[in-house]
Design a protein around this ligand. Structure first.
Ligand code: ZN
Length: 301
């Protein structure tokens, strides 16, 4: 299993470089990696032009980065990129500065975006973003940490209800009453996103495009990552046609509307006095909100 996973990851990486996403899908069965760029707006602590030069140097000419625009006065960095938002953030932070993603947008009209903060058993946590590129295509960009290496089913579920953790999220989102399938199948649940693959370090970083998910349909629902591999409806197990037999629900998050480009002017949250920078280290709600809590997912929206 480990060999096939690493081969899949390696192929996906190779395919990204040469832009043959169809080959990636064929090799990995269900992955629909995309080269499509998105625009990411970061707030970055910068006080002088030389800081801006360092940030620019960290981004410019990097594979997957198309353009970089920096406004020192506004402490704003706009990056057009085919990398995941976490990868771009890591490049900026390699300069020793902190960065907060404020907005995300496509290269065309704004069709809306959303974010799910994933949390679950043990140390599993992550952030997954949805950007509606056009009426027909949704870009899904995410990083989830703390997983067992290997493939894990990823699905949008019907309910945005975490009262019993991931168990109260309902079934796979299936408004058309279809059978479970893979993301490339016409016969599938709308929520069927196939598998993401965690590397040896437990991190799954992915960037895919889907034609059935619409941001406006999934806001208020939930995203769930499972313990095992989704068989895409092909496994012959009694659960294959319902869930892909991908095992227990490991982590989940409610899919919430997020800011498009330049829609988030916030620097200080008036409600509780937490600044944009402090918020990075705090959970978005709950008791940890009033004091730093490194265990909880940061409100890095
Ligand atoms: Zn399904």
């Amino acid at each position: 299993m480990a060999a096939s996973v690493s081969a899949c990851t390696r192929f996906a990486s190779a395919c990204r470089k040469v832009g043959t996403s169809l080959f990636t899908s064929a090799v990995c069965g269900d992955r629909m990696d995309t080269e499509r760029t998105a625009k990411l707006e970061f707030a970055v602590q910068m006080t002088c032009d030389s800081c801006a030069d360092k940030v620019r140097a960290a981004l410019q000419d990097k594979p997957g980065v198309t353009s970089v625009s920096i406004d020192v006065g506004k402490e704003e960095v706009l990056v057009e990129s085919a990398l995941t938002s976490a990868e771009v953030q890591a490049l900026i932070e390699s300069t020793g500065r902190r960065a907060v993603l404020k907005g995300i947008g496509g290269s065309e009209q704004d069709h809306g975006s959303a974010v799910a903060m994933m949390a679950g058993v043990g140390k599993i946590q992550g952030v997954v973003r949805f950007l509606q590129l056009s009426e027909g295509q949704c870009l899904i960009d995410g990083t989830i940490d703390g997983l067992e290496p290997g493939p894990h089913g990823l699905h949008v579920h019907t309910l945005g209800d975490l009262t019993q953790d991931c168990l109260s999220c309902g079934e796979h989102y299936n408004p058309l009453g279809r059978r479970h399938g893979g993301p490339g199948d016409s016969e599938r649940h709308v929520g069927d996103l196939g598998n993401i693959v965690a590397g040896p370090d437990g991190r799954a970083s992915f960037r895919l495009e889907d034609s059935q998910i619409k941001v406006w349909d999934v806001i208020g629902r939930s995203l769930v990552v499972d313990a095992g591999e989704d068989d895409l409806g092909q496994g012959g197990h009694p659960l294959s046609g319902q869930t892909g037999n991908s095992g227990e629900r490991l982590a989940c998050g409610i899919i919430a509307r997020s800011a498009g480009l330049f829609q988030n002017p916030k620097q200080i949250c008036a409600c509780d006095g937490v600044t944009l920078w402090e918020e990075r280290e705090r959970p978005i709600a709950g008791k940890g909100r009033s004091k730093a809590n490194a265990q909880a997912p940061a409100a890095n929206l």
